[in-house]
Write a protein that binds this ligand. Structure first.
Ligand SMILES: *Cc1c(COP(=O)(O)O)cnc(C)c1O
Length: 367
C-alpha cells in the first residue's frame, strides 16, 4: 500500500475531458493575457465567496504584495502577523518595505492569538494580517474588534482556507482585502501558479486592478509602480472547471478528517486538530501535534505514507529576517509547534483502505 501526501492525478482523471475542452477554447482564440475566461472565473469566485470584487493575479504571494500596496502600506509601517505560516505571509510585507511584527499563536488553532495582538500595536501599526492556517479560520470576531478599536486594516491571508467559514461567513470576506493562492497543492489548485485578491470595497478593488498591470490607467500612464501580475487565461479556464468540484472535495476532506479523529482519539501521544465551534474548515491540511514527531515521520515514510512538517522553522527566526531583531524563545508556542506538528494525507480521493492503513500505521508506531 502506498499513500502519497497528495494525488493530483486522481483529482484530474474525472475532470480530464472538461479541462481539456476549456484549454482548447483558450488555444482557439489565443487570448492568453486577460482573456474572457479571467473575468468569467472572477465572477464565479465572487458568487462562490459572496464577495463583491475578485481580482485575479499571478500567484498567492503577489496577491499579498498587491493587497498591502493597495492599502498604501509601505516604508516605516508595521503589519502584525503570525510567525507560524508559509514564508510569503511575511515576505509580502517586507517586499513593500514595511516591517512584519510577529505575534505568537494560539496552541489549539495554530492561528494568531488575539490575546497577544494589542501589546504589539504601536503608532506605526497599519494592519493585522491573520492567516487561516491549514484551513482553520482565525478568530475573526476578536481580530476585527481589535482592528476597529485601533483603526487598523485587516488583510486575510486565505491561501489555505478557500471555502472555510467563521460564524457562517466565508473567510476572506471579513477584512479589507482577502487573498487566495491557487498553487497546485491548495484546495483549489491551478495547473501552474495563480492567485487572487478579494474585497467588498470598490475603491480598493479599483486600485488592485490597476496595480496588477504595472499601476497603469489609462494604458501607458502610471500613477503607481505596480506589478506585472495577471491571472493567466489558461489557468482561469482550468480553475473554472475545478471550482465546480470544490465544495465536494472540501466535504470529502471533512469526512476523511472525521475518520482520522475517531480512529486516533484514544492515541494519547497525539492531539488531532482542534476546530473552533464557530468554524467550518476545509482542511487544506490535517495537522496533528505529536510526541516523538520525527520518529513517527520516519515510521510513516518507511510504510510509504506521505507526511510533511508545516512548518519546521517559524518566520521570526528565519535568517533573512535577522535584522528585525527577534531571537529564539521570543515566540515559544510557534517554536514548540515547529517541533511537534505533522500533517498526513487528507485529500478527497483517499480510499477507506488508505485511511485505515494510515491510522493503523500511526497506532502501530505508538504501541
Ligand atoms: C501558499 C501560500 C501562500 C503563497 O501562495 P503562492 O501561490 O504559492 O505564491 C501565501 N500564504 C500562505 C499561508 C500559503 O499557504
Amino acid at each position: 500500500m502506498k499513500v502519497p501526501m497528495l494525488d493530483l492525478h486522481a483529482q484530474y482523471e474525472p475532470l480530464m475531458n472538461d479541462i481539456r475542452k476549456q484549454i482548447d477554447l483558450v488555444l482557439a482564440n489565443h487570448h492568453y493575457i486577460m482573456g474572457p475566461q479571467v473575468k468569467e472565473f472572477e465572477e464565479k469566485m465572487q458568487n462562490y465567496l459572496g464577495i463583491k470584487h475578485a481580482i485575479g493575479c499571478a500567484n498567492g504571494t503577489d496577491a499579498l504584495v498587491l493587497a498591502i500596496k493597495a492599502l498604501g502600506i509601505g516604508v516605516d509601517d508595521e503589519v502584525i502577523t503570525t510567525p507560524f505560516t508559509f514564508f510569503a505571509t511575511a515576505s509580502s510585507i517586507w517586499r513593500n518595505h514595511a516591517k512584519p511584527v510577529f505575534v505568537d499563536i494560539d496552541p489549539k488553532t495554530f492561528n494568531l492569538d488575539p490575546d497577544k495582538i494589542e501589546a504589539a500595536i504601536t503608532p506605526n501599526t497599519k494592519a493585522i494580517m491573520p492567516v487561516h492556517l491549514f484551513g482553520q479560520p482565525a478568530d475573526m470576531d476578536r481580530i476585527m474588534a481589535i482592528a476597529k478599536k485601533h483603526q487598523l486594516y485587516v488583510i486575510e491571508d486565505n491561501a489555505q482556507g478557500i471555502g472555510s467559514t467563521w460564524n457562517g461567513k466565508m473567510t476572506c470576506s471579513y477584512g479589507d482585502i482577502g487573498t487566495l493562492s491557487f498553487f497546485p497543492s491548495k484546495n483549489l489548485g491551478a495547473m501552474g501558479d495563480a492567485g487572487m485578491c478579494l474585497s467588498n470595497n470598490d475603491e480598493l478593488a479599483a486600485n488592485l486592478r490597476q496595480l496588477r498591470v504595472h499601476g497603469e490607467n489609462p494604458r501607458y500612464f502610471h500613477k503607481w509602480v505596480g506589478l506585472n501580475s495577471r491571472l493567466d487565461t489558461m489557468q482561469a479556464a482550468i480553475l473554472m472547471v475545478k471550482l465546480d468540484a470544490l465544495a465536494a472535495w472540501s466535504e470529502g476532506r471533512r469526512i476523511n478528517a472525521a475518520f482520522y479523529d475517531e480512529q486516533l482519539k484514544d492515541v494519547s501521544q497525539i492531539q488531532t486538530p482542534y476546530i473552533d465551534p464557530k468554524a467550518v474548515t476545509i482542511y487544506n491540511q490535517y495537522t496533528m501535534i505529536c510526541e516523538n514527531r520525527d520518529g513517527l515521520m520516519k515510521h510513516l515514510s518507511e510504510r510509504n505514507i506521505g507526511c510533511a512538517v508545516y512548518y519546521p522553522l517559524p518566520l521570526h527566526v528565519q535568517e533573512c529576517f535577522s535584522s528585525l531583531g527577534y531571537k529564539k524563545g521570543d515566540m515559544p508556542i510557534s517554536e514548540m509547534m515547529a517541533e511537534k506538528v505533522l500533517s498526513i494525507p487528507i485529500y478527497a480521493e483517499l480510499t477507506m483502505e488508505m485511511k485505515q492503513y494510515v491510522t493503523d500505521s500511526i497506532k502501530e508506531f505508538y504501541n
